[in-house]
Structures are given as C-alpha cells and as structure tokens.
Design a binder for this molecule. Sequence first.
Ligand SMILES: *Cc1c(COP(=O)(O)O)cnc(C)c1O
Length: 353
Amino acid sequence: MKRHNFSAGPCVLPKEVILKASEALLDFDNGLSLIEISHRSKPFVDVMEKARALALELLGLEGKGYKALFLQGGASTQFLMVALNLLEKRAGYLNTGAWSDKAIKEAKIYDDVYEVASSKNANYNYIPKGYDVPSDYDYFHCTSNNTIFGTQMKSFPKVDIPLVCDMSSDIFSRTLDFSQFDLIYAGAQKNMGPAGTTLVVIKEDILGKVSRKMPSMMDYKVHIDKGSMFNTPPVFAVYTSMLTMQWLKDLGGIKAIEKENEKKAIVMYSEIDLNPLFKGFAAKEDRSKMNATFTLENENLKETFDAMCKEGGINGINGHRSVGGYRASMYNALSLDSVKVLVEIMSELESKA
Ligand SMILES: *Cc1c(COP(=O)(O)O)cnc(C)c1O
C-alpha cells in the first residue's frame, strides 16, 4: 500500500534524496561510507561547502554579507544561542505559538525580553498584527510558521533593528525577500533533511555587539571562522540536507515549489471549508500552507474517519495535543496526489455520514 506521509516532523523527504543518501551510507568515497570517513577529508569538506552555498543561493542571499552554518542541537538550541549572541539589554519577541513561547523562555535566562504581542489567550489561532517594535531593542524575534497551530506570518514588520526568524517549518517553501532578515534558523527535520542539524543563516555584521563571555560552541563567530566545522559536524544530516537543496534547485528553486505548495493548500483548505463535517482551526487570513489544522465537528465520526485514513495509507495527521483534531503537514516533498487522497477520504466520510 502506498503511504502518504503528512507527519509534522520529522517528515517526508523526496524519495530520490533518501535513495542517494542511503547509497552514500554504503559507498560514498571509493568503497567507504559517508559516516566512516573524516569530516576533514576533501569529499566531505566539499559537501559542507556545497550545502552552505546552496542554502544562500536558494534564499537569494549570496554576496550580501550572509554566512550559512549547519549546527547541532536543533532549533531549540538556537532559542538560547540567539539570545547569547545578540541580547545585551532587551529584545522584542512575537509570541505566536508554543515554539515562540519556548524561544522567549530561553532568552529570558540571559536578559530582559518583551513580548510585543501574543495570541496565547486565543490558543494561538491567529497571528497578532499592528504591534510596535521599539527601535532601541537589540533585535526582534518571530516565528514564520507555527507548526503546531497551523498559522503562518504572511508579512513581517519593517524594523530597523536585527530581525531574527525561526523558519523551522517553512524554510524553502515560499518566496520572500530573505534579505529583510538578519538571522534565520531552521531545524532540518521539517523541510530539509533528517533531524540532527540546524541551518543558521546570519548576517555577519550583527555579531560582536554583546559584552558577555561566550562559550565557543555557542558562539556564531567561532562557527563562521571554522567554516561550520568547529567540531565534528553531523555528516549524514548535512549531506542529506544538501541533497534536498540540490533537488529543490533542480526543480526550479523556491519559486517552483511555492506553486506546488499553493496548489496543495488550495485543495486542502477548500475541502476543510466546504465539507460540513470539518472545521479549520486557524484564522483564515493566517492559515499555514505547510500545516493545515482542523477538527471534526462530530467526534462520533472519529473512529470511522481514522479507520478510513488508515486504510487509505494516510500517515501522521493526528493533531498536536494542545490543539486536538487533525493536522495535515504538506511540506515540500509531499505530493499534490497525497493531498488529493486525503481530501477524497474526507469527502467520502461526508457522503457516508
Ligand atoms: C520543530 C520546531 C522547533 C524545534 O525544533 P528542534 O530541532 O526539535 O529543536 C522549533 N521551532 C519550530 C517552528 C518548529 O516547528
């Protein structure tokens, strides 16, 4: 049975990427596996350099003073690394979900953090708008896509302080002027590769402005100076991420995948809106094109619907416990056909009910 992987993360990757990655496990360099050669050997240094270059190329940030790093510790480590490297007095955070909330909690360890706006009181079902960001803050932090709640920022505030964005769950999924950001980070396992590495894209000139002593592993400057090889990098995660970025480039880049992602979102949300059995969770204008969250109006149908999904090969659509219901994650590698299969099951449920 063909399975359709709607998992929120770790998530679906292109089949050809998984094939190439598995070949490299067996034989990457004349009979040696990717995971048993030195990370300082030329074949792997080339992989790292290619991955770093592809990230900047896909985002349209080459030659603009940015550096790309592949670090460890997940996006969760970036919550504190951002604060350690940039927070001197006070920073502004937009609280749009559980991940923003965690980022705020980590930053508060180091200094003062101000929530410029929050949608916590509405269980994060919308993105706050019309807030002010004080211009004397060290930076402003936001989360472009709220994986758990299914909301996505469609625009970003114009600020004249460094703009930091957690793009873990929508990196490389839509065109944006990425040069409006000074620091972007994204755990690989949502839209780029396996868990184990985090992409950090950073404008170098925002660094070096805090007075605290910095542990080496936490210092962006150290990682930049060492070409993202300060310590042994997670070679398999970096290699597989590089393959996914190459796959995306060959498809035509972010512009091409954005068209596909839009088609998938239209099919998915049309069904949620037209089928009386289902109800969308997020405010319509803030809906995420990556994670569609919805509930069943009649809980009695849950067992039937779940069984139909199982039979149809639908995987990973259970909603996060803080929202309940369902979440269909439609990352770059999920095909429009998979969305159509899910939507068909939803409409079949309607005809049965
Ligand atoms: C998954 C996720 C994280 C956490 O990533 P880890 O790599 O598990 O630390 C952070 N932010 C967002 C938006 C996420 O979706």
